[in-house]
Design a protein around this ligand. Structure first.
Ligand code: AMP
Ligand code: ZN
Length: 135
């Protein structure tokens, strides 16, 4: 198994709740969401973070747009925060580039509500996964 958790997810050695895939990237639900439907998009290839190689942004861009559309249409999100941590002091914990897509809802808006994970949003990840991938 790869020493990198996200490479292991790309390889299928570690399970994930995948909601998107294309030739260069995959998207899957975050196990500890900030808000309902919090998803990560990662390149299939191993890149440490988004400051290393500009072309990696192109690889994840279609997934970012598709997942943003998905959480708006399926979950009723009215906005998304799109962010990527680079370096341990930024809060990066997994050193395989990933972009957080955090759906946002009218009842809890603004940057101030982005400061903590929401245990309630982690309660039924399997049901959420089914909702995002059905049809
Ligand atoms: P960061 O702090 O920017 O490195 O974000 C890493 C994210 O990966 C966190 O939000 C974690 O909740 C998430 N995470 C860690 N392990 C897994 C996993 N096995 N499946 C899905 N998300 C994960
Ligand atoms: Zn990796």
């Amino acid at each position: 198994m790869s020493p990198c958790l996200f490479c292991s997810i790309v390889d299928g050695e570690v399970p994930s709740r995948m909601v998107y895939e294309d030739e260069s990237s995959i998207g899957f639900l975050d196990i500890s969401p900030f808000h309902r439907g919090h998803t990560l998009v990662i390149p299939r290839r191993h890149v440490v973070d988004g400051t290393v190689d500009p072309s990696v942004w192109t690889e994840v861009a279609p997934g970012i747009v598709a997942i943003s559309d998905l959480v708006k249409s399926r979950l009723g999100a009215t906005g998304v925060n799109i962010l990527s941590n680079a370096g341990a002091d930024s809060g990066q914990a997994v050193f395989h580039f990933h972009v957080h897509i955090i759906p946002r809802y009218a009842d809890n808006p603004g940057m101030g509500a982005l400061s903590h994970r929401d245990p309630g949003a982690a309660e039924d990840l399997d049901g959420l996964h089914a909702l995002l991938t059905s049809g």
